[in-house]
Design a binder for this molecule. Structure first.
Ligand code: CA
Length: 231
């Protein structure tokens, strides 16, 4: 299974060049051109390593890193501008694994990627899928590394947000999660949209799982929130 790298970089030329080189090396590459999208993708847990530019639209690389580190220890290599010493220092302080100065030689980047991947704890890498335990609830099974959900033998097609919501509920089995908690964990602190979005997505999930397979999985706790009860 190939190693997945997320490249968060708004300079298109650099992003495209780096992507080509990484793909050439046999990596799978995901790209984001702004901090907000990048953070969301990084938090999905689908990537083994993140290459993170600092000057980004929407959310700075530092802010992406700060928020990402609340929930994830995925290796992060910062892409910094030449001589931005402060960026390097604060990036490492905030939990970046390494940094590389732009413009960089691709060989150097590849070497740093290999080092960062080697240092990463095994359970944290999506590539170690075989070793990562799936989340199981009766016949419902979520493979977080492969990003698949099945009920018995039947695959369930979920959007990224639905997947993340279901994952959060499965990881907190028998704990009632409030709408606020779910909003924060699945949509992020800075979510500005409708607050009933949690209910809407629970409805989507029930549509795709409970209704199809005739099993009540997500329970509403009136006035509080939602829970997947332990079997
Ligand atoms: Ca930039």
């Amino acid at each position: 299974m190939s190693v997945k790298i997320l490249l968060i970089e708004d300079e298109e030329k650099i992003a495209r060049f780096t992507e080509l080189e990484l793909v050439h090396e046999g990596y799978e590459v995901g790209k984001a051109a702004d901090g907000r999208t990048g953070l969301e993708m990084a938090k999905s847990g689908a990537y083994d390593l993140v290459l993170l530019d600092i000057m980004l639209p929407e959310l700075s690389g530092m802010e992406v890193l700060r928020r990402l580190r609340k929930t994830s220890q995925v290796p992060v290599i910062m892409l910094t501008a030449r001589d931005a010493v402060m960026d390097k220092v604060s990036g490492l302080d905030m939990g970046a694994d390494d940094y590389i100065t732009k413009p960089f030689a691709i060989e150097e980047l590849l070497a740093r990627i290999r080092v960062a991947l080697k240092k990463a704890p095994k359970t944290e890498t999506a590539a170690a899928a075989g070793e990562e335990k799936p989340l199981v609830y009766g016949r419902l099974r979520m493979d977080t590394a492969r990003h698949t959900v099945t009920y018995g033998d039947a695959p369930i097609d979920l959007t990224k947000r639905e997947f993340l919501l279901l994952r959060t509920l499965l990881e907190n089995k028998s704990i009632v999660l409030s709408r606020d908690t779910l909003l924060e964990r699945v949509w992020g602190y800075d979510y500005m949209g409708e607050t009933n979005v949690v209910d809407v997505y629970v409805y989507y999930l029930r549509n795709k799982i409970d209704d199809v397979f005739g099993e009540k999985i997500i329970h509403t706790v009136r006035g509080i929130g939602y829970v997947i009860k332990d079997k």
